[in-house]
Design a protein around this ligand. Structure first.
Ligand code: B3K
Ligand code: ZN
Length: 852
């Protein structure tokens, strides 16, 4: 496969002034007629001089006819597109017309135009439009689109505003120039949940969430989230919606979460549909975040898009940053920050530490779909958070205003983005840019000393080599610190130290006693802090820190220390840790959601990552056994407090998904998980029996499965929900995720043998095949069974749906952490996949990067 490089970017030879598309839909024989008005790109002298060929992308298209200015073209397409020689092109602007045939019904890759349960839908990002018709399928070619759809299906949708419709047809016009990846079309027998929104300048916007018949009563929460998102973007970023209609469609077969097509967002139904009975609190929170994310893309992604796919973080990092701020505003900033850091460490730090490490702005790729990663998204958002911290809130807002003003309607780059910050603040961001170009997570070593009232923090940064990047020059790191005096009062409120050198010291004068430092408050930079510290000091910060993130982090540090010692030395759980946990559990002044997070132990994978970083070879089986022992010790030690919390946190009245109620349920659920270890499952059985919402039902069921019970509950769950695919996905997942290590592969295999294991549906595939990778001890079972199982399924899925196969293959990326036996077993599977004939570009790139 060919490697695409950022350094080789060249502007398109021709620009598009307007596109007209006409679709005549049929499952096997959809006709697509296109009329595209081209003109030579003034930025390409060869095109202006008439010596540049026109290259159009096109894949799996049957070309019926193509013409330029009415003259039929003889040119024949190759496997990836159509070249029209310069000699065949008129000197100035011209009209290119084509008619092609495609077969949406046989499109199992779910990219381009495909069918899901009788409805037509599209997914064009990143390069799916070329499977619909011949086009310069690159984000720097932006054009207004007119679309006519012909079909007997009752609902026919595309981007922009509806301009006409009649029996069997509809026409849409999107006046905002957009790249082809934002094109969308939907046709189906759908019903709408509708509402309205009036923008601050008085534009009346019709809002519709289109779903399959029967799902319309599960849209209210998503609609509410949409309206709050629209308002928030006006209030916080001054961004208003720009069409008369905003459509969202829920689709059952979808490769990822959702897609921000202009005016027509398409969602995995999992991230739209919710009712108290079918969705958990986490589902509600995720729906709110994804609805917001896709909506926010209207300005950060659509109005201002990316020049090329290397700039993906320009829209994704910024939009994630925006949706995180939104969720924080809607719920709790402290809790949201902790959750985001947990995700970042679990996914992005892991990625950065392994063979798949790449910069936030990659410099090369073979298949761009492989770069929709935690690094581009989540680290991309962290980089924006750092920028904001460095320049301050007010300057951030000025820079963003300038960004929208300067680049609206354009396809921009990271250089453009940084330039608006430089121009708005007068800062030089040359060094800061390394966050975009250099992969790897910096380690920040912290030491300190105190003499005569002066306290000095010594900071040292180091980033380990990553694939293709042996040298790592120092980065700008905003380190937010505070100081507490020995009686727990804050003597220095949060201050941001700007570290720019490999080593740097910062002094604080006039202190009457040696302070306790609170470092990296709010997780002010995506780095790994290394500091020799005592359990006493962590416990002190857990009790006294004023920064909620650092407070939680102190507890986290304690838990990890205890677990490391339990795993490596066979130590017993430290009583001080159990006491500290008890104090948090009983502290009613703390937000229940925060307490729930503090009670949650580091995951087994997190412990493997931690042990590996500390120079140990992690044994997943032993981590599992020792972590289970810690859970039991906590349960025994805190039994009384857990019981009291369990009763106190019960939420009376009908279910509401708000953060307050969800936080109580989370704490109650955490208490239940511990209690189940000592009561034989009694409380969990009762909770399962009376639960009127999915959150409490799943908490109970998971707790039971964790102690090897729950068979009766699983059966009743199945009986109740067998016809609801989204709920049954949870049922599938649970049995793999909560399986004992020895049963994990067997459970997963048995589930795949059921007739309702519809493996071509990505949600169902992930519910089992994705879940096995999330059960650390089960996945890394010494037999190698789970490795084989995953590899078998990747090999099977790849020819049908390369994108999803490639994504799930990343489960193997941590192989180098483990012992020689496990390494050998994983490498055997990677080799077996690599040797599979006809492997997709997607999967083969992933496997070869992991094999190194
Ligand atoms: N932009 C899409 C992701 C497209 C993934 C293509 N493989 C969703 C989002 O980030 O909002
Ligand atoms: Zn996005």
């Amino acid at each position: 496969p060919r490697t695409i490089r950022l350094a080789e970017y060249t502007p398109p030879s021709h620009l598009v002034e307007g596109v007209e598309l006409q679709f005549t839909l049929a499952p096997r024989t959809t006709r697509v007629r296109s009329a595209i008005r081209f003109r030579p790109n003034p930025a390409r002298p060869d095109a202006v001089a008439g010596t540049a060929d026109l290259r159009l992308d096109g894949e799996a298209l049957t070309l019926i006819r193509a013409a330029i200015d009415g003259t039929v073209l003889a040119a024949a397409p190759d496997a990836t597109g159509l070249t029209i020689p310069a000699a065949a092109l008129p000197a100035g602007p011209f009209l290119f017309e084509a008619e092609v045939e495609i077969a949406p019904e046989t499109n199992t890759a779910l990219e381009g135009l495909y069918m899901s349960k009788g409805m037509y839908c599209t997914q064009c990002e990143a390069e799916g439009f070329r499977k619909i018709t011949f086009y310069p399928d690159r984000p720097d070619v932006m054009a207004p689109f007119k679309v006519r759809i012909e079909s007997d299906l009752p609902v026919l949708l595309s981007n922009g505003d509806a301009v006409g419709q009649g029996p069997g047809w509809a026409e849409w016009h999107d006046p905002w120039p957009k790249p082809a990846y934002l094109f969308a079309l939907v046709a189906g027998d759908l019903v709408a949940h509708s509402d309205r929104f009036t923008t601050r300048s008085g534009r009346e916007v019709a809002l519709n969430i289109w779903v399959r018949r029967g799902d319309e009563d599960r849209c209210a929460y998503a609609m509410d989230a949409l309206k709050r998102s629209m308002k928030w973007d006006e209030d916080t970023y001054g961004r208003e919606y720009d069409l008369d209609v905003f459509n969202i469609v829920a689709v059952d077969d979808f490769n990822m979460g959702a897609m921000e097509n202009k005016g027509l967002n398409i969602f995995n139904s999992k991230y739209v549909l919710a009712s108290p009975e079918t969705a958990t609190d986490d589902d509600f929170a995720r729906i709110e975040a994804i609805i917001a994310h896709e909506y926010f893309h209207n300005w950060t992604g659509n109005r201002i898009t990316c020049r090329d796919w290397f700039q993906l973080c320009l829209k994704e990092g910024l939009t994630v940053f925006r949706d995180q701020s939104f969720s924080g505003d809607m719920r709790s900033h402290a809790v949201k920050r902790i959750e985001d850091v947990l995700t970042l460490r679990a996914r992005q730090f892991r990625e950065d530490a392994g063979p798949l490490a790449h910069p936030v702005r990659p410099a090369s790729y073979q298949e761009i779909n492989n770069f929709y990663t935690a690094t581009v998204y989540e680290k991309g958002a962290e980089v924006i958070g750092m920028l904001k911290r460095l320049v301050g809130d007010e300057a951030y807002r000025r820079a963003l205003d300038l960004y929208f003003e300067r680049h609206d309607g354009e396809a921009a780059t990271i250089e453009d983005w940084l330039k608006v910050f430089e121009d708005a603040t007068g800062r030089d961001l040359t060094q800061f840019k390394r966050w975009y170009t250099d992969a790897g997570t910096p380690h920040l070593r912290v030491t300190d000393d105190y003499r005569d009232g002066t306290y000095v923090l010594h900071l040292e940064q180091q980033t380990l080599p990553t694939p293709g990047q042996p040298e790592k020059p120092p980065r700008v790191i905003p380190v937010a610190v505070g100081l507490l005096n020995p009686n727990g009062d804050e003597v220095l409120p949060t201050r941001v130290l700007e570290m720019t050198e490999a080593r740097q010291s910062f002094s604080f004068e006039g202190l009457s006693a040696r302070p306790v430092p609170s470092i990296l408050r709010g997780f002010s930079a995506p780095v790994i802090v290394e500091r020799e510290t005592s359990a006493e000091e962590r416990a002190f910060l857990l009790a006294h820190d004023t920064d909620p993130f650092s407070r939680w982090e102190a507890g986290r540090g304690l838990a990890k220390e205890v677990l490391v010692r339990m795993v490596t030395e066979g130590a017993d759980p430290a009583p001080g840790f159990l006491e500290g946990l008890g104090a948090i559990l009983r502290d009613d002044s703390l937000d229940p959601a925060f307490r729930a997070l503090t009670l949650r132990l580091p995951s087994e994978d997190d412990m493997a990552q931690t042990l590996h970083a500390a120079g140990h070879v992690p044994d997943p089986t032993r981590i599992h056994v020792r972590r289970e022992a810690l859970i039991e010790a906590i349960a025994r030690h805190l039994a009384g407090a857990l019981g009291a919390t369990y009763s106190a946190m019960s939420v009376p009245g009908p279910y509401t998904p708000d953060a307050g109620a969800a936080g109580k349920r989370a704490l109650r659920g955490a208490a239940l998980a511990y209690l189940t270890r000592i009561d034989g499952g009694a409380a969990a059985k009762v909770q399962y029996g009376v639960a009127d919402n999915m959150t409490e039902a799943l908490q109970a069921l998971s707790a039971l499965l964790d102690i090897g019970q729950g068979a009766a509950e699983l059966a009743s769950f199945e009986a109740r929900w067998r016809d609801d695919a989204l709920v049954m996905d949870k049922w599938f997942t649970l049995q793999v995720l909560h399986a004992a290590p020895d049963d994990c592969a067997a459970n997963a295999r048995a589930l795949t043998e059921r007739s309702d294991f519809d493996w071509k549906n990505p949600n169902r595939f992930r519910s089992v095949i994705g879940a096995i990778a999330a059960n650390a001890a089960g996945f890394h079972h010494p037999s190698g069974d789970s490795y084989r199982f995953l590899a078998d399924w990747l090999i099977r899925l790849d020819p049908l749906n390369p994108q999803t196969a490639a994504r799930l293959s990343a489960a193997f990326d941590s192989w180098a952490r483990y012992d020689a036996d496990r390494q050998g077993l994983i490498r055997d599977q990677l080799a077996r996949i690599a040797a599979t004939p006809g492997l997709s570009r997607d999967l083969s790139e992933m496997i070869s990067r992991m094999r190194g």
